[in-house]
Design a protein around this ligand. Structure first.
Ligand code: ATP
Length: 140
């Protein structure tokens, strides 16, 4: 079994999409191993998205990610990383509504920035991101 990090971003939590998204997760045969509702501070959001720190949208991304609580989850199943990325759909929620109308971002997201959910993009990022939020979770 593989693990991935999923996050319901501030627009998803404040838009009351958490229950719907968790239902989709469970129906897709993921096991929710851990979950934590937390408010990211600037330092934590910046560290989480460090790879984007030189991008022009980075300050906006940090403001968005610290604008309200997020629900962070560790999901487990076979092929968890790619299956979760498949379920959430493309980064731009506007485009997702056309190309992947049943994806979570199409259902719950607004645009390129406010796309409602996060998913690790590889097994190595999943490992880093799970440790980032859940230092006490034993992997495997
Ligand atoms: P995530 O890492 O959150 O799962 P992703 O891997 O689909 O999303 P990335 O390219 O890693 O997309 O971008 C990280 C996040 O930064 C996006 O989910 C989105 O919220 C925001 N973002 C990405 N590109 C832009 C942009 N051009 N303008 C504004 N925000 C953006």
């Amino acid at each position: 079994l593989e693990r991935t990090l999923a996050m319901i971003k501030p627009d998803g939590v404040s838009g009351n999409y958490s229950d719907l998204i968790k239902r989709i997760i469970v129906e897709a045969s993921f096991n929710i191993v851990k979950e934590m509702l937390t408010l990211l501070d600037e330092q934590t959001a910046s560290a989480f998205y460090l790879e984007h720190s030189s991008r022009t949208f980075f300050p906006h991304l940090v403001t968005y990610m610290t604008s309200g609580p997020v629900l962070v989850m560790v999901l487990e199943k076979r092929n968890a990383v790619s299956d979760w990325r498949g379920l959430i759909g493309p980064t731009d929620a506007q485009k997702a509504k056309i190309s992947h109308p049943h994806s979570i971002r199409a259902l719950c997201g607004k645009d390129l920035q406010r796309n409602c959910v996060h998913g690790s993009d590889s097994t190595s990022s999943a490992e880093r991101e799970i440790k980032f939020f859940f230092k006490d979770v034993v992997s495997g």
